[in-house]
Design a binder for this molecule. Structure first.
Ligand code: PGA
Length: 238
């Protein structure tokens, strides 16, 4: 499974043309493709991906269904525009918008209550890794974020120091963390952080990597397509 996280990029015209290009290249991909555009473009992209297996995801949600929450978007709303997935607890949400583990837990519950498949992002800072605190931190995030959760949650391991930095985690680091996560919860685990067409095959060849969450490289269709194809090749899905 390959997830495109467009973050806060593109105007409407560029979003639609990029979706059109992705559809042309990956409509029949054997790998599940999920595109997560800014909220505003979900409805339009639903039309773009019609008659195609590509699924839509949101980058965030609020945990209440409806009410006086200016500027927020709920799981109920996302479901009503045809979203299937939602990214929850991305490190940019945690760090720039002060999302707490408690909020993330509520967001996961709300997503599941509305039959959205949540993709929960966890990951350590460089400092935590250098101080040998990676696994304690990840365990803490998993325990708090997944407390009293019933239902499937996909996990994305995104070391914060690897996001948008070009410093991809090593294969050993990814393998070790994914094993740790899968010991904690039996689910799909994606890797995210500077995935590109050059490293997608090697990372995708690891048994316990079930897909990628792709930021920067998902903005260029050619790179995104290559990543999906390399992953397919690595998994032998062809
Ligand atoms: P990146 O971002 O691929 O640009 O490193 C990944 C992410 O933030 O999900």
């Amino acid at each position: 499974m390959i997830v495109a996280n467009w973050k806060m990029h593109f105007n409407l015209e560029k979003a639609v043309s990029t979706a059109h290009d992705i559809k042309a290249k990956l409509c029949d991909s054997k790998v599940n493709i999920v595109v997560c555009p800014p909220f505003l473009y979900l409805t339009k992209l639903k039309e773009s991906f019609e008659s195609c297996k590509i699924k839509l995801g949101a980058q965030n949600l609020y945990f209440e269904d409806e009410g006086a929450y200016t500027g927020e978007v709920s799981a109920m709303m996302l479901k009503s525009v045809g979203c299937s997935y939602v990214i929850v607890g991305h490190s940019e949400r945690r760090n720039l918008f002060n999302e707490s583990d408690f909020m993330i837990n509520k967001k996961l519950k709300s997503a599941l209550a509305h039959s959205l498949l949540p993709i929960l992002c966890i990951g350590e800072t460089l400092e935590q890794r250098q101080m040998g605190k990676t696994f304690n931190h990840l365990k803490d995030q998993l325990a708090k974020n997944l407390q009293d959760i019933n239902g499937t949650v996909i996990i994305a391991y995104e070391p914060i120091w690897a996001i948008g930095s070009g410093n991809v985690a090593t294969l050993d680091q990814i393998f070790e963390v994914h094993s740790f996560i899968k010991d904690f919860i039996k689910t799909k685990v994606l890797y995210g952080g500077s995935v590109n067409p050059q490293n997608a095959y090697d990372i995708g060849s690891l048994d316990n990597v079930d897909g990628f969450l792709v930021g920067g490289a998902s903005l260029e269709t050619q790179k995104f397509e290559m990543i999906a194809n390399k992953f397919e090749e690595a998994k032998g899905v062809v």
